[in-house]
Design a protein around this ligand. Structure first.
Ligand SMILES: Cc1ncc(COP(=O)(O)O)c(C=O)c1O
Length: 374
């Protein structure tokens, strides 16, 4: 029987491929020992304990629909960041908000500019809307803001910038972003995705909120999936001028942020201890990775986030597969244009040690030269 025809541009859509869950790897490879996942930039310390306590209390209310406008969470965010309530939107993860921006602003044939190495969900969302996706290669593993600006046309509606950029972990700095924003034509909305912002203490790191405060056409995205450890609940938020927020509100699904997630998110915002500790563990883990990558003479990028990009001289699937058989799940990044690299999320110390041991064994097995083998 013939099938109904989907929209033709969906032929160009390659669905998002998430990091493999532990359960799937254990099942597929029939692994016995414990498996660790360093594949999706989750918080290895787990959810904020305050969020867990709030969740337990909220569970008996789950037969009620959520607060549709996320009133209480938006109030909390409004106070914490000194942003008007009407300038805040909450989503089913920050990915939801990327999709809403595409749904609200992209007509077929409109242009959306992204870096070739950027978080792939933005490219997928724009392609679903049948926009022309203009991909700008990164320069020295960073967003090439000059080329992005030079690529703007009257048809450009959205520019998606993840800062730090995933999977590279590099940033554009304050000065660079300020110069970029100042040159932006008024018909363009910048979606500035700051999924990893809370991990960053560097003074070089620009806060998207500053540009919102200067009334630029910017949608600043944040998430509870990373440092707050709530990826499984799916909740993120955004700041933008109220007119932009109203537009996004028109296209969202009713109840797009669930009741449990809203309650947990409010509690997580006040859990400064958990945030601080998560940052410390992340910094220590990255330092451990760098030391070992240096010793192994591997190319890596210093990361502002909770993952590290490391490059090899062989197809990364080889390394990925062997690591996985050793019970360590990492992530290939071929779809981002890096066929020989892996992205490894930073874990707790024992997990990091286990990954580095497995990596050493893998490289020795593949006879990839290391100082020890030289
Ligand atoms: C840059 C970036 N934005 C957004 C997300 C997803 O965030 P959320 O879980 O809030 O949808 C990720 C996840 O890896 C990411 O790297």
């Amino acid at each position: 029987m013939a099938l109904p025809l989907p929209r033709p541009n969906l032929e160009r859509v390659v669905p998002y491929k998430p990091g493999k869950p532990v359960e799937e790897v254990v099942r597929e490879l029939k692994l016995k020992g414990p498996v660790i996942k360093l594949a999706s930039n989750e918080n290895p310390l787990g959810p904020s304990p305050k969020a867990l306590a709030a969740l337990r209390k909220a569970l008996p209310q789950l037969h009620y629909y959520p607060e549709d406008t996320c009133y209480y969470l938006r109030q909390h965010l409004s106070e914490l960041y000194r942003v008007d309530y009407d300038s805040i939107i909450v989503g089913n993860g920050s990915v939801d908000l990327i999709y809403l921006a595409c749904l609200a602003y992209l007509d077929p044939g409109d242009e959306m500019i992204i870096s070739a190495g950027s978080f792939i969900s933005a490219r997928i969302a724009g392609t679903i809307m049948n926009a022309n996706i203009i991909q700008i290669p990164t320069r020295e593993y960073r967003h090439d803001l000059e080329r992005i600006l030079a690529s703007i046309t009257p048809k450009t509606k959205l520019i998606y910038l993840d800062n730090p950029i995933n999977p590279l972990g590099t940033i554009v700095n304050r000065k660079e972003l300020a110069e970029f924003m100042a040159q932006l034509p008024e018909h363009v909305l910048v979606v500035l995705d700051e999924a990893y912002a809370e991990y960053i203490t560097s003074r070089d790191y620009p806060r998207g909120l500053d540009f919102y405060n200067q009334n630029y056409n910017i949608l600043v995205l944040r998430t509870f999936s990373k440092i707050y450890g709530l990826a499984g609940l799916r909740i993120g938020y955004g700041f933008a001028r109220p007119e932009i927020i109203q537009t996004l509100m028109k296209v969202r699904l009713p109840f797009n942020a669930n009741r449990a997630a809203q309650v947990a998110a409010i509690a997580a915002l006040s859990d400064t201890r958990h945030v601080k500790r998560s940052r410390q563990v992340n910094e220590a883990g990255k330092a451990m990775f760098y030391r070992e990558f240096k010793r192994l003479k591997l190319f890596y990028l210093e990361s502002y986030a909770n993952f590290v990009f490391v490059n090899f001289t062989v197809d990364s699937s080889l390394i990925f597969d062997i690591l996985q058989r050793k019970g360590v799940i990492t992530r290939t990044v071929k779809e981002y244009g890096f066929p020989t690299a892996l992205r490894v999320s930073v874990g707790r110390e024992p997990e990091n040690r286990r990954f580095l041991k497995a990596l050493n064994e893998t490289l020795a097995y593949l006879r990839i030269s290391t100082p020890a083998a030289d």
